[in-house]
Design a binder for this molecule. Structure first.
Ligand SMILES: [Zn+2]
Length: 137
């Protein structure tokens, strides 16, 4: 977990395709290269198990501000009629985050994603992205 305020850095390209529907209970491995040491990294998303609510990050501006998350297009404000789901969403589902570290050099990244029914009866996995994060003062 984080114990410091941070800023969103550059976005990292995933090196594999993740299906957007057909939730697989075994989960989906997201692959990306560390921007510091180029080591291939893998992070397993298990739908409805992995991730913490993004609210934890911006409540009371504890780790980051809502404005910074919006500016960097990490999340969006809810569309009309979906405000009850939360202050910041991914499309129409709750936004979750995970902090991950490079397996080799321990560089820290944030991964933002969401799982839910975008359409009735159709479970979706949305990946907003992986970003480098930087300590801020
Ligand atoms: Zn690394």
């Amino acid at each position: 977990m984080l114990n410091y305020k941070f800023k969103i850095g550059t976005k990292i390209q995933c090196s594999n395709e993740i299906p957007t529907s057909l939730i697989d209970s075994k989960g989906y491995a997201l692959k990306f290269y560390c921007t510091n040491c180029q080591t291939p990294n893998k992070f397993l998303i298990k739908p409805y198990e992995t991730g913490y609510s993004i609210d934890h990050l911006f409540l009371e501006n504890k780790y980051i501000s809502k404005a910074e998350l919006l500016q960097n297009k990490v999340v969006q404000i809810p569309p009309k009629g979906y405000e009850y789901l939360g202050e910041l969403l991914l499309d129409k589902i709750n936004a979750l985050y995970e902090i991950c570290n490079c397996a080799n050099c321990s560089k820290t990244f944030i991964l933002v994603f969401g799982c839910g029914e975008l359409q009735p009866g159709r479970e979706s996995l949305l990946i907003s992205g992986i970003w480098n994060i930087e300590k801020s003062d």
